[in-house]
Design a protein around this ligand. Structure first.
Ligand SMILES: NC(=O)c1ccc[n+]([C@@H]2O[C@H](COP(=O)([O-])OP(=O)(O)OC[C@H]3O[C@@H](n4cnc5c(N)ncnc54)[C@H](OP(=O)(O)O)[C@@H]3O)[C@@H](O)[C@H]2O)c1
Length: 260
């Protein structure tokens, strides 16, 4: 069965929808016919007039309220939410360099936007008895890396746990809640990082990329995941073909996680 246009007219919010994975999700779901509202702090050039956009910092309660209001105003309701926003810019140097501010920032970026927006948007989904929520986690929630990202990994673990609990509450009422857990994804920011490492080490892109993959313990398929591949998985999970899927987490990491 073709999956062309299987999301026609579905009112969709994608947080972090202007770069990397979020940009790919916006494009992919729009291609399937969804009416997409993308959000980020700054508008991006690739968004067409076909896309709705609202600028807001969702690391704050006020920013989440702006987005929830835009959903009502611009979409008139909600069928699908894809929580992509997240990441880490914490300094290296180990646990001692992660002060309270850094820990708070990790949770403000990776957990609370989902908690606040779900709380604002779920009542409409419950009222209509249908909806799908996708939380983008990370393999670091089960495979934490030392040094700079332990707060990020802990926040993603919290997001995953929250998502599972939420699914138990709302799935019997018609709303599916699923998680997608990427390994290393070759976003534009990732490409820039590899280029920077190659320059610093006086080597080429492939060697720097192999070094990074080695730091993850290796990627069995020999390359990072592409943003479009994550977006394809999300497109399937929000579609009617995934109607029996809720409360589970899908890892997309080229085999990076070494355990069962
Ligand atoms: N890339 C990977 O290798 C990887 C691996 C595992 C998991 N993930 C997860 O996948 C998700 C996307 O990662 P990515 O690498 O694709 O991200 P990215 O390229 O850094 O893009 C982040 C997006 O979120 C927006 N954003 C960031 N902070 C925001 C804020 N406070 N308020 C509103 N919007 C904000 C950015 O736009 P503005 O800057 O304009 O706000 C942008 O649209 C994250 O949750 C990340 O943890 C990524």
């Amino acid at each position: 069965m073709s999956d062309n246009l299987e999301l026609v007219g579905l009112r969709t919010l994608v947080t972090g929808g202007t770069k990397g994975i979020g940009q790919a999700v916006v494009t992919r779901l729009s291609e399937a016919g969804a009416r997409v509202l993308a959000t980020a702090r700054e508008r991006a050039d690739h968004l067409t007039p076909q896309h709705h956009f609202v600028a807001a910092d969702v690391a704050s309660a006020e920013g989440c309220a702006v987005v929830a209001d835009a959903v009502s105003r611009l979409l008139g309701g909600i069928d699908i939410v894809v929580h992509v926003v997240g990441g880490s810019s914490a300094p290296g140097g180990g646990f001692a360099n992660l002060d309270d501010r850094e820990w708070q920032r990790a949770f403000d970026q990776n957990l609370f936007p989902a908690v606040r927006l779900d709380r604002a948007l779920l009542p409409k989904m419950l009222q209509q008895g249908s909806g799908v929520i996708v939380h983008i986690t990370s393999i670091q929630r089960q495979l934490p890396l030392p040094e700079s990202t332990i707060a990020y990994a802990a926040a993603k673990a919290a997001l995953s746990n929250y998502s599972k609990g939420l699914s138990k509450e709302v799935s019997p009422k018609g709303v599916r809640v699923v998680r997608v857990s990427p390994g290393w994804v070759e976003t534009e920011a990732a490409v820039r990082l590899v280029e920077r490492l190659a320059k610093t080490d006086g080597t080429d892109y492939e060697t720097a990329q192999r070094g990074l993959m080695g730091a993850l313990g290796g990627i069995p398929i020999g390359r990072p995941t592409k943003p479009r591949e994550v977006a394809d998985l999300v497109a399937f999970l929000v579609s009617p073909r995934a109607a029996a899927i809720t409360g589970t987490e899908y890892v997309i990491d080229g085999g990076t996680v070494p355990t069962v």
